[in-house]
Design a protein around this ligand. Structure first.
Ligand code: ZN
Length: 460
């Protein structure tokens, strides 16, 4: 694929190994809209394009044939620019906008892709979610999930850094937006931020859940939180987008929750939308627990955050069960209810496993089992399938029985008893941690605070 210097058009040449497919399709309607003509490279003949069906008929191509097509990004209507978004001198490009694929994708099929960056723009570079292939030039292996799940590349001028942490390599593309205030985060601060977040997540399973991550850091302007928003994608490989505040200093980023939260998604399989309470809930629980375990805050502050999240969820969108809230999360703006409702299920599950085993096993072990078997699966998983894994691992339906009680509970997940069992008490709106055993022991097993921390008054 060859972009022009202005990043307004792309020339794509596709070659087949052996017999070509008979039809190419674009996964996005906009893909057909921005397509110029497609031609057989050998004969120069125009290939029939059905724009409504988003298909190119390539049945006339011979073995090992190539076709070439142009993509005119200027044809995008202004309101649809999120598929090809310009930030400063770089362009974020949804891959399905310009990479047509065979109509029938064989399972495990992959393609090889190479960029030809224009000679006139020596500082132009590319960031992708794909693994590189050894050999001369930047060649990438493009797996089928590139098309089935959202994936994007960044082309143009941006800062590129590589961080290795928790056994994973993070290729960080940081874009500059001249329309916004310059970002205060330094390159060194960014490295510390990503390293500490990756190590925190790696502490759950002993290593970071995937070997490589395409990380895209975008400025969003001023904001009170260091990171305003994050999004994890899995198309073509792991990819995380983080929107950072221009105000936040290097230290503000250390231990912030968004990067940890997004990275944690990669430790679970991609969960179906109707079971979003499971992915967001368990990730929310572990974001909270791991930040305390890592020492970014003390045990008291860690449990205050959990209690506050649970109470917020219990008090919002009170007419829906957790299952209903997950199904209507966007329409009803039920994010707290779903994220912290799912976190409450995770907390109860963790406690149940620790209690029935006298502390020999916990939700950490169940999550590790799920990670080992299924986190890198190329399809989406339902909660029912995940709970089959949990129950098989536990050799008893401990977790699915618990879920059956809580998922359709009319009020909210019943977490008060769990907090009491952990010695987390609410007295006059304040969270008070009890030092009495066994509650204190159980609680410290979850948040991992060393015993000495409790003896130091005033510690933050
Ligand atoms: Zn999330």
């Amino acid at each position: 694929m060859r972009p022009n210097e202005a990043l307004t058009r792309l020339d794509v040449e596709l070659c087949f190994d052996g017999a070509p497919a008979s039809t190419l399709v674009a996964d996005l309607p906009m893909g057909a809209h921005v397509l110029e003509s497609a031609r057989d490279v050998e004969t120069g003949r125009k290939l029939p394009v059905d724009r409504r069906a988003r298909e190119i008929d390539i049945s006339s191509l011979g073995r090992d044939a190539c076709l070439r097509y142009g993509v005119d990004l200027e044809r995008m209507p202004p309101g649809r620019r999120r598929l090809a978004r310009r930030v400063g001198d770089a362009m974020l490009l949804n891959v399905s906008l310009w990479l047509w694929r065979p109509l029938r994708l064989r399972e495990g099929a992959s393609a090889t892709l190479e960029f030809e960056l224009p000679d006139g723009a020596p500082s132009m570079r590319a960031s992708t979610p794909w693994a590189t292939i050894d050999g001369p030039g930047e060649r990438y292996r493009v797996p089928a999930t590139t098309y089935t799940w959202r994936s994007q590349v960044v082309l143009g001028e941006f800062d590129l850094d590589t961080v290795t942490a928790g056994g994973a390599t993070f290729s960080i593309a940081r874009l500059r937006d001249p329309a916004l205030e310059p970002v205060a985060l330094t390159a060194e601060g960014q490295r510390r931020w990503i390293t500490t977040a990756a190590e925190t997540v790696a502490s759950l399973h002993g290593r970071f859940p995937v070997p490589a991550v395409q990380l895209i850091v975008l400025p969003f302007g001023r904001g009170s939180s260091p990171v305003a928003f994050g999004l994890t994608g899995r198309g073509g490989g792991a990819s995380v987008v983080l929107l950072i505040s221009s105000d936040a200093s290097d230290d503000d980023f250390i231990g912030e929750w968004v990067a940890i939260h997004e990275f944690l998604h990669l430790s679970m399989p991609y969960i179906t939308a109707e079971d979003v309470w499971l992915s967001e809930g368990f990730v929310t629980y572990y974001t909270s627990v791991l930040r305390t375990r890592a020492g970014f805050r003390d045990e008291q502050a860690g449990w205050e955050a959990i209690v506050s999240g649970l109470n917020r969820a219990r008090g919002s969108v009170t007419d829906l069960t957790l299952r209903e809230a997950a199904a209507q999360m966007n329409q009803r703006v039920a994010y707290d209810r779903v994220y912290w409702g799912g976190a409450a299920v995770a907390l109860l599950s963790d406690l149940a496993l620790r209690q029935e085993s006298d502390g020999r096993r916990s939700l950490d072990d169940a999550m590790r089992e799920l990670y080992e078997c299924c986190a890198n699966s190329p399809r989406r998983w339902s909660a029912a399938e995940v709970y089959e894994v949990f129950d098989r691992w536990a050799a008893a339906p401990i977790l699915s029985d618990l879920l059956a009680r809580e998922l359709d509970r009319a009020k909210f997940v019943d977490f008060d008893r769990a907090l009491r069992a952990l010695g987390v008490e609410i007295r006059e709106d304040r969270v008070v941690l009890s030092d009495e055993q066994p509650a204190a022991g159980l609680r410290q097993a979850i948040t991992g605070a060393p015993a000495s921390d409790r003896a130091e008054p005033g510690r933050q």
